[in-house]
Design a protein around this ligand. Structure first.
Ligand code: AMP
Length: 207
């Protein structure tokens, strides 16, 4: 399977990608995760990328394209947060063909609400938010601490939404023309969105 999950920040595509990955045993490729790990390891690359991430801007190609080339799984993948503009989509085309692009759609108003609620586990990465509440405040079920992502502030998310509109939204037309584009509503319960995505994959016979 070669699937792109497209969508605004906090549309829920990361959660859907992880669930699909476990269910279908297909690796997720998330550039955002790779960049955050580089920053945590305090590499030069991580520090450079952080300046853009903090502002809600896209990290330049000179940083991300070598990462894509190095880490993109070859046989099968779920892409979360890549490509994010037309240049990246064209670059991806030079690496591999795709099966399908599923847009997890969500309104800006709900995204702002989710921004304030999202926390993730520093140990296992599990994400908590409006739909997934922690049992013990501030802690994950695995015992790890829950933290807010540095770029989950209303100001940064507003900027990330602007970046999405300007740079990522043109991918909708790009993939529609290639007849790869499908859309689901990301505003419903997580399990329901998952069911809908699985239904599309089944009806398109994508394995
Ligand atoms: P995400 O975890 O996908 O929400 O990404 C967090 C941040 O990482 C984004 O706001 C960008 O600054 C950066 N980033 C992630 N993916 C990309 C990409 N494909 N191109 C450029 N920057 C990216």
């Amino acid at each position: 399977m070669k699937l792109i999950l497209l969508g605004k920040p906090l549309s829920g595509k990361g959660t859907q990608a992880e669930m699909l990955s476990k269910k279908l045993r297909v690796p997720v490729f998330s550039l955002g995760e790779i960049l955050r790990r580089e920053f945590e390891k305090k590499t030069a690359l991580g520090r450079k990328a952080e300046k853009y991430m903090e502002r809600g801007a896209l990290v330049p190609e000179t940083i991300i394209l070598p990462l894509v080339k190095k880490h993109l799984p070859r046989k099968s993948f779920i892409l979360d947060g890549f490509p994010r503009d037309l240049a990246q989509a064209r670059y991806l085309e030079t690496l591999t063909p795709l099966d399908i692009v599923i847009d997890v759609h969500c309104s800006n108003a709900l995204i702002r609400k989710r921004t304030l609620a999202r926390r993730s586990c520093t140990r296992c990465g599990k994400i908590y938010g409006l739909d997934v509440k922690e049992e013990k405040k501030g802690f994950c079920s695995c015992g790890g601490h829950l933290e807010r992502r540095k770029d989950d502030t209303v100001a940064t998310v507003t900027k990330r939404l602007e970046t999405y509109e300007k740079q990522t939204a043109p991918l909708i037309t790009f993939y529609k023309k290639k007849k790869l584009y499908r859309k689901v509503s990301g505003e419903r319960k997580i399990a329901f969105v998952q069911k809908e995505i699985l239904g599309i994959l089944k009806s398109e016979r994508i394995k």
